[in-house]
Design a protein around this ligand. Structure first.
Ligand code: F3S
Length: 429
């Protein structure tokens, strides 16, 4: 048996000694070694389901499939039904040429087999594929203070900051091992000390900053540290309304991808900031002032990686992280208005809105669905980033309002208003 640095209970020691079989022993050993690497004090029981980052059946992940097959062979499942990131492919709603399909079939060659394995080890249901697993419709909704092991950066930052649950940016596969054991190592954001702020962000803009740009600025400055944001309550208020939650979802995803933020506090708004205020700020915290000029500087610093930067976009993606139900309704209204103002009926370039399968089903039952379809836009459940893993797709000139998609692909960031103009007029000019 390995010599663990962290304190273990007799039951955990027994698993580590093989008391529940070799597969559970290996799972426990890996989790203990992982926790020891971060000087975790102990393992803590999980209060909610895991959220898995790996939702795609890439052949390079065969070592993971091998582990999952071992679980299946022994009838081992996660303690609670879990959710996973979005699926990579949706030929019904996202057009693909035969050549593109050929490449998708190579990249995600094991998708079907992988989904079967996910279901066998405890995936909640066949709709449980969304990075916004905390949406009411999806139902993996933690409570404040819950100990979790989530591994999707945009979901982690939301759970920690907006809900006040406690999860690290758990490494992929470690979240699965945590789900199997129903425990996770206690370190980092699972401790009160790890949730203190290293930065004070002073928002001094003249109007409400675009969430994706504010998040980008914060992420690039603080990297993986914790920011305490002052001045945003002036624009957002002090209540977590549905609009505010959507704003924080999109801002958080940008902090987590343009940097590696896993937790932020917004003064007078997010739960811990409301309760503990400035006592959350470490004495040595640094200050970063964000005004209109700083946001302009940040946007101007984004490289445009299209071969011809003056050419018209070929595709627009909205929904990284996934759109909420409310956001889909708002985009429908905004698109209708923009088309009407231009005297047009349909969008001029393929426009894709991505959302959770459960949200999509709900949306389809409303009067908004035919209205959105009438604009020529499409609704899908995929992860736009996984779409761009196909070189034929990433070669397209894609515009997006997502700073996460911009960061990890060659897509071009545009704000919501410019995206609307571009899809209606067919160009950015
Ligand atoms: Fe979600 Fe994929 Fe974007 S997982 S946050 S849609 S990169």
């Amino acid at each position: 048996m390995i010599k663990a640095k962290m304190k273990l209970t007799p039951e955990e020691i027994s698993i580590l000694q093989g008391g529940q079989g070799e597969t559970m022993r290996k799972t426990m050993e890996t989790l203990v070694r992982y926790g020891d690497a971060y000087d975790a004090e102990c393992l803590v029981p999980l209060d909610g389901p895991i959220h898995m980052v790996c939702s795609f059946g890439m052949p390079t992940l065969r070592p993971l499939f091998k582990i999952m097959k071992e679980y299946v062979a022994e009838g081992i499942k996660t303690k609670l039904p879990f959710t996973a990131d979005p699926r990579p492919i949706d030929y019904v709603n996202v057009e693909a040429t035969e050549k593109e399909k050929e490449i998708f079939h190579q990249i995600y060659a094991d998708q079907e087999k992988y989904e079967v394995l996910l279901k066998k080890i405890g995936l909640k249901d066949s709709n449980a594929f969304s990075c916004a697993c905390y949406f009411d419709e999806v139902g993996n909704i933690p409570k404040r203070g819950d100990m979790l092991a989530w591994a999707e950066s945009s979901a982690v930052v939301y759970a920690n900051s907006v809900i006040g649950a406690r999860t690290n940016r758990t490494s992929g596969v470690m979240e699965l091992f945590s789900g199997i054991l129903g425990k996770t190592p206690k370190f980092g954001f699972l401790t009160s000390e790890g949730r203190k702020a290293d930065w004070i962000i002073e928002v001094k803009t003249t109007s409400v900053p675009r969430p994706q740009v504010l998040g980008s600025a914060i992420g690039m400055k603080v990297l993986e540290q914790v920011p305490y944001i002052k001045g945003l309550d002036k624009f957002l208020g002090t209540e977590l309304t549905p609009d505010v939650k959507d704003y924080l979802k999109d801002m958080g995803a940008a902090t987590a991808s343009n940097g590696a933020v896993g937790l932020y506090h917004v003064e007078n708004l997010t739960p811990e900031a409301k309760d503990y205020g400035v006592s959350l700020i470490r004495p040595e915290a640094k200050t970063y002032v964000i005004d209109d000029a700083e946001l302009r500087r940040v946007v101007d610093s984004y490289p445009i990686m299209w071969k011809d930067i003056n050419a018209a976009p070929q595709l627009a993606f909205v929904g990284c992280p996934h759109n909420s139900f409310k956001q889909l309704c708002e985009w429908t209204e905004n698109l209708e208005r923009a088309l009407k103002n231009e005297g047009k009926e349909k969008v001029a370039i393929p426009t894709l809105f991505s959302t959770a399968p459960d949200v999509l089903e709900k949306f389809k039952k409303t009067e908004y669905y035919p209205r959105l379809m009438a604009t020529g836009a499409h609704l899908t459940y995929i992860c736009p980033l996984m779409y761009t893993a196909n070189p034929l797709c990433s070669a397209k000139r894609i515009i997006t309002n997502s700073n996460k998609l911009r960061t990890y692909s060659v897509s071009r960031y545009v704000d919501d208003a410019d995206l609307l103009k571009a899809v209606v007029k067919g160009g950015l000019k």
